[in-house]
Design a protein around this ligand. Structure first.
Ligand code: ADP
Ligand code: MG
Length: 321
């Protein structure tokens, strides 16, 4: 973008809270410069949020700032890494100062909560609001957790609860004004499971963060690891609101609802019992087990579901999208 005073002062005013130090050159240089800790590997990821596609148009700018950072920290956590810093590629239709103030407050709130610095970025004008964030993180050499490591007999474990963000989004479509609905914060302010992710480095055999829905994301692990899985519906961790929904509706939210940013990982039973003996930052729940037979098999109260019911639950997203 052509550099006008307004762009420089915008960066200065809203995106320069983390200044450079002796070890870290930050916003204001041509590139950030940092020193990786000895014996670690670098993790890098990026995610773009487009208004109306990745968050409802009426989302508060503070929440947009928080969520843009959170989804990237979640990706670093899903590798077993520790997030270090982010870069922000911001495309704005116009310079709206109150919007920028709320957005940067939300962005820095998430950075501060998880010990991450904004170390650079790019600011351009474009007809559509879009927020591209890249995150950098570190993981001890050889301890990063890929999607491809699941072994037959491993337990499948999930953090937190699933289906909440999709439920909140569906409610929003029915009642656009109801900002106060109980699960709206799960959609707007997802909590990346940073500490849990770090604890699992070198321990979990595979991991993914649940951004597109449990069934689809677990399927990425199964495909990458060339294994199958069996899941017990009764063991899916649900919030109180979801527990009270009719059976098929709640399983559809839990299996197909996106945007929860919980961690789904596989782990050997021995490592699991060792993990349980430690203090954990969030509830975790065993939901099933890895098996040799390909595909995802759903059980309800110990019995396999009919294929037609299983397909309904697994393809149910359109029902409430
Ligand atoms: P260059 O001309 O070298 O590409 P820019 O003028 O785009 O530099 O950016 C100047 C400095 O401000 C750089 O350090 C860049 O990383 C930083 N920066 C630009 N936009 C943002 C932003 N939205 N958030 C954080 N840092 C930014
Ligand atoms: Mg330059």
């Amino acid at each position: 973008m052509a550099k006008m005073m307004t762009e420089f002062s915008l960066i200065q005013r809203y995106f320069s809270r983390h200044s450079s130090t002796a070890e870290l050159l930050s916003v204001g240089d041509d590139a950030a410069m940092l020193t990786p800790p000895l014996g670690h590997q670098l993790l890098a990821c990026t995610d773009t949020l487009v208004a109306g596609r990745h968050f409802p148009l009426n989302t508060h700018p503070h929440a947009i700032g928080w969520k843009s950072v959170a989804v990237n920290l979640s990706d670093i956590a899903a590798m077993g890494g520790t997030a270090h810093s982010i870069l922000l590629a911001l495309s704005l239709p116009q310079i709206d100062e109150p919007w920028l103030q709320h957005f940067s407050d939300g962005l820095y709130a998430c950075c501060e909560q998880f010990g991450v610095k904004l170390i650079g970025g790019d600011t351009t004008q474009s007809p559509q609001l879009s927020i591209g964030i890249s995150a950098l993180g570190f993981v001890p050499q050889g301890q990063g957790i890929p999607r491809s490591g699941a072994q037959v007999g491993d337990l499948i474990v999930l953090s937190g609860t699933v289906g909440d963000a999709a439920y909140a989004l569906a409610q929003l479509k029915h009642q656009p004004d109801s900002a106060q609905q109980p699960l709206r914060h799960r959609l707007d302010y997802p909590t990346p499971r940073c500490t849990l992710g770090q604890q699992l480095a070198g321990i979990a055999s595979s991991m993914i963060d649940v951004s597109d829905g449990l069934a689809q994301d677990l399927n990425h692990i199964l495909t990458a690891s060339k294994v199958g899985a069996v899941i017990e519906l009764d063991h899916l961790p649900l919030s109180a609101t979801l527990q009270h929904l009719p059976e098929s509706e709640k399983w559809q939210y839990a299996l197909c609802g996106g945007d929860d940013y919980e961690l789904c990982f596989t782990i050997s039973p021995q490592h699991y019992y060792a993990l349980r003996a430690q203090p954990l930052p969030v509830n975790i729940q065993v939901i099933g087990q890895i098996q040799a037979q390909a595909g995802l098999q759903l059980l309800h109260a110990g019995s396999a579901l009919d294929t037609s019911v299983q397909n309904l639950y697994l393809n149910g997203y359109q029902h409430f999208a």
